[in-house]
Design a protein around this ligand. Structure first.
Ligand SMILES: Cc1ncc(COP(=O)(O)O)c(C=O)c1O
Length: 375
C-alpha cells in the first residue's frame, strides 16, 4: 500500500521557534550556575516529545524529565542521548528496562533502592539516582526523616550514587506564598542534614514553572519547567514577567455547511435547537481528538477571524459551529480551535476555562489521531 500523500484536515501545528524563545525566557529567570531540566513527559504536554527534546537539545538543554519508563525508552529509541530522568512510578518489574535504556530513576521508596541495587550488583560503577522527598505534596516521595537513613543504607554504599535530591511544590501558583515557603524550608532542612552528615548532593531541584517565576528561593541549582516552555503559566508572575509564546495551534477545516430551520436541532440529545434560520459548519474534530465534550454549547472556534460558538454536543469525531453571522462559509475554510487567526487568538487557557480545566489537560489531551506538524 502506498503511504498517505496528503495532510488530514485536522492538525496540531507546533512552532519550535516559540518553544526556543520560551526556553530563553526561562533561562533569563535563573542565576548563573542554575541549569534547566526540561519536562517533556506526556509526549511533551502533547507537543511531541521527540521533536521537542531534539529542539531543546539543539539549544543546549542536557537534561530531560519524563513520567514513565516507556516515555524514556521512546526518547532513547529516537536517538536522544541526553540524561533522561524518570519522575513517576517505578514498578519493580520494569527496572530491567530502566537500566537497559540508561534512564535515571527518581527513588521515592526504600524498596526500589534495594531492588535496583540487587539488580546492579556490587562491583559495577555506582548508578546515578535522584531521591524525591515529600515536603508537602502528599504523593510520591520519602518522608524527610527517611532520606538520610536511606542514603546511609547498603544500597548506597556500593551500587547507587546520589546525583540529585528533589521535591515537588504543591501550591507554587498560589498568590499566598506561605505553603511554598514551608515546603522550601522543609527541603532545606533535609539538605542541611545531609550536609552535616558529610554527604554531597550535586543536583538540587524543586521548582516547576510557577516556582521559577514566583519563588527564586526554590531554584537551587536545577529547575524543572514544563508548561512555561509550551507558552503557558499558572503563576502569578511576581517579579519580571516572562513573555511566553504559545507553541501549539490546533486547526481544522470545515467539512460541510448545513442550513437549519428555526426549531431544528443539531447533534446528540438535541441540546441545541435553532432559534432562527441557522448555518452550521461541521468540523472533523471531536473528543476522540482531545476536543472535550465539555465544550458542547460552551466553546468558540475562529473562522474567518470571527469567534463562532460551538453548538450541540461535541461528538467523537465531529464538532458543530454556528456560523450564521459570517457572510459565506465554504467546505475547506480554516477553523482555528487553538491559535491565532486574523486579529484574534484562542489560547489553550481559554479552551480550559470554557471546559472547566487547566491548559495542561487541554494540551496533553490532544489525541494521537491529530498529526503534529512542526515549523
Ligand atoms: C515532578 C514535576 N516537576 C515539574 C513539573 C513541571 O511542572 P510545570 O508544567 O507546572 O512547570 C511537573 C509537572 O507536572 C512535575 O510533575
Amino acid at each position: 500500500m502506498s503511504p498517505l500523500t496528503t495532510a488530514p484536515p485536522t492538525i496540531a501545528s507546533v512552532d519550535l521557534s516559540a518553544l526556543t524563545s520560551n526556553l530563553r525566557q526561562a533561562r533569563r529567570l535563573l542565576s548563573p550556575g542554575c541549569d534547566i531540566l526540561a519536562v517533556v513527559k506526556a509526549d511533551a504536554y502533547g507537543h511531541g516529545s521527540v521533536a521537542v527534546t531534539e529542539a531543546l537539545a539543539r539549544e543546549g538543554v542536557t537534561r530531560f524529565a519524563v513520567a514513565t519508563i516507556q516515555e524514556g525508552a521512546q526518547l532513547r529509541d529516537a536517538g536522544i542521548q541526553a540524561q533522561i530522568l524518570v519522575m513517576g512510578a517505578l514498578p519493580p518489574a520494569q527496572l530491567a528496562d530502566l537500566l537497559g535504556y540508561d534512564l535515571t530513576p527518581v527513588i521515592y521508596e526504600p524498596t526500589i533502592a534495594v531492588a535496583l541495587a540487587a539488580r546492579l550488583g556490587a562491583g559495577s560503577n555506582p548508578y546515578p539516582v535522584h531521591l524525591k522527598v515529600d515536603t508537602g505534596m502528599g504523593r510520591l516521595g520519602l518522608p524527610p526523616d527517611q532520606v538520610l537513613p536511606l542514603l546511609q543504607s547498603p544500597a548506597f554504599q556500593s551500587s547507587l550514587r546520589l546525583e540529585g535530591l528533589m521535591t515537588h511544590l504543591a501550591d507554587a501558583d498560589n498568590a499566598d506564598p506561605a505553603y511554598t515557603k514551608i515546603q522550601i524550608e522543609r527541603f532545606q532542612a533535609v539538605l542541611a542534614g545531609l550536609h552535616k552528615a558529610g554527604l554531597s548532593v550535586p543536583l538540587i531541584h524543586a521548582a516547576n514553572s510557577a516556582a521559577m517565576l514566583g519563588h527564586p528561593a526554590a531554584h537551587f541549582n536545577l529547575v524543572r519547567p514544563g508548561i512555561m516552555l509550551y507558552g503557558y503559566s499558572t503563576a502569578l508572575q511576581r517579579g519580571p514577567a516572562a513573555t511566553l509564546k504559545p507553541v501549539l495551534s490546533l486547526r481544522s477545516q470545515v467539512a460541510q455547511v448545513r442550513n437549519l430551520e428555526k426549531g431544528d436541532s443539531a447533534s446528540y440529545n438535541r441540546s441545541f435547537i435553532a432559534r432562527r434560520s441557522t448555518k452550521i459548519a461541521v468540523l472533523p474534530i471531536g473528543y476522540a481528538d482531545g476536543y472535550s465534550r465539555a465544550l458542547s454549547n460552551r466553546g468558540y472556534v475562529l473562522v474567518q477571524g470571527q469567534r463562532c460558538p460551538v453548538v450541540g454536543r461535541v461528538c467523537m469525531d465531529m464538532t458543530l459551529l454556528d456560523v450564521t453571522d459570517l457572510p459565506v462559509v465554504r467546505p475547506g475554510d480554516e477553523a482555528v480551535l487553538i491559535g491565532r487567526q486574523g486579529t484574534d487568538a484562542i489560547l489553550a487557557s481559554d479552551v480550559a476555562a470554557w471546559s472547566g480545566t487547566i491548559p495542561y489537560e487541554v494540551l496533553c489531551g490532544i489525541g494521537p489521531r491529530v498529526p503534529r506538524v512542526y515549523s
